[in-house]
Design a protein around this ligand. Structure first.
Ligand SMILES: NC(=O)c1ccc[n+]([C@@H]2O[C@H](COP(=O)([O-])OP(=O)(O)OC[C@H]3O[C@@H](n4cnc5c(N)ncnc54)[C@H](O)[C@@H]3O)[C@@H](O)[C@H]2O)c1
Length: 358
């Protein structure tokens, strides 16, 4: 597949926040989430083709900055993403991101995109796609714990991909719940605001935990969760940052994206490496079972993996080719003689030399 949107090789397609919002408006959020979840599923089916490694993480007292690269040998991508739970107290977001898609044959970048919105969409599309294989059939109710930036995207994706229509929501901050309620007021879903984590999980066949707190929290303890439930645990995604009690994990069948990364970052960091988990690509390919009996307690210990960001960038790049004239960013040099880089200086700026020995 060709990677170039524009035939001028010095330009890369640039997807600003405004352009991403315009694209979502054109495509429609439901269609976007469905399309993106299909791209992620397709790429998980091509698992062997991808370069895989745990992401590079630079930890500090209050957060982490991560780089997430991968390639299918035709296209390469990376995402820059942070996770700073304290940020919201100073008016900044917990998670922000941007990413690059490049052409492997030439090594040239072809697209630079905002990925704060795209990460929320890809995390939601991934959660819902995984839940197709793990959640009880005909589930109608999901409990959402944590009503921050990711929450409405999760709710939308579970509605459109799985047909979940009732959402019980809980956050320690009531203002976050009210924001979620307002944002989803016009959607054809039932939203029930709850006062505690114990209350929110009552009657829910699916529980999503998406809280931000840089510590080993216990949002869910084992006694709160009945057999037969699916837990989509996505907020624990960093060493020392977990959401589920260890004995809850020990009771369940745990599914992960890429085991070497999840052992470091996921809720299973609390357990010994001998605790067996299943990588989801095996389930998606049909090599291993996902949900196989009604009483099975399943947990998707999601931390976010580079292939999902690759899929998201690939999807946006394909949409740009079909739907609009993308904004271009002059990011690369493009002189007639590729080896005459210095000649560019001669053509456009006065090269001032210091006198030798001055
Ligand atoms: N797995 C992934 O791929 C992935 C992707 C994006 C974000 N995340 C993680 O998801 C989490 C949420 O991200 P966000 O952007 O929505 O953050 P956010 O800061 O916008 O929202 C987090 C919410 O959690 C609430 N909260 C904190 N402790 C709680 C508790 N004990 N019970 C109930 N609610 C609680 C906060 O009040 C806040 O409203 C973060 O930890 C982030 O790192 C994971």
């Amino acid at each position: 597949m060709s990677c170039a949107i524009d035939n001028k090789p010095n330009n890369v397609a640039f997807v600003s926040v405004t352009a991403m919002l315009d694209l979502l408006k054109q495509v429609g959020t439901d269609a976007f989430l469905l399309g993106l979840s299909a791209y992620i599923e397709q790429d998980y089916l091509r698992w062997e083709l991808f370069d895989k490694s745990p992401r590079f993480a630079s930890h500090s007292a209050d957060g982490v900055i991560e780089l997430m690269p991968t390639s299918d040998q035709q296209q390469f991508s990376f995402k820059y993403v942070n996770g700073h739970p304290k940020n919201t107290h100073i008016g900044l977001q917990t998670v922000t991101a941007f990413g690059v898609l490049a052409d492997v044959a030439s090594g040239y970048p072809v697209m630079l995109s905002e990925m704060t919105i795209l990460t929320a969409l890809r995390t939601a599309a991934t959660s819902a796609m995984m839940a197709k294989y793990l959640a009880p059939q005909n589930a109608k109710t999901m409990a959402m714990i944590g009503c921050g930036a990711q929450s409405e995207f999760q709710i939308m994706a579970f509605n459109v991909v799985l047909g979940i229509t009732q959402f019980r929501i809980y956050d320690i901050d009531r203002a976050a719940m009210q924001k979620c309620q307002q944002n989803l007021a016009s959607e054809d879903i039932e939203l029930i605001l709850c006062d505690s984590a114990e209350e929110v999980v009552k009657g829910a066949e699916i529980i999503t935990t998406c809280t931000a707190d840089k510590r080993n929290a216990t949002i869910l303890t084992s006694d709160m969760v009945l057999d037969g439930v699916h837990i989509n645990a996505i907020g624990g995604d960093c060493p020392g940052k977990t959401e589920l009690a260890a004995d809850l994990l020990l009771r369940a069948d745990v599914f992960v994206e890429y085991e070497p990364q999840t052992r470091i970052e996921g809720d299973i960091q609390q357990l010994n490496d001998s605790f067996a988990v299943t990588e989801m690509y095996k389930v998606i390919r049909g090599d291993r079972k996902g949900r196989s009996y009604a009483e099975q307690l399943t947990i998707f210990d999601g931390v976010g993996f580079a292939i999902e960001d690759f899929s998201a960038l690939r999807y946006v790049h394909d949409l740009l080719q079909q739907q609009s004239t993308p904004q271009q960013l002059e990011l690369l040099t493009n002189q007639q003689n590729p080896r005459d880089l210095f000649g560019l200086l001669h053509q456009s700026v006065q090269v001032t030399r210091l006198a030798v020995g001055a």
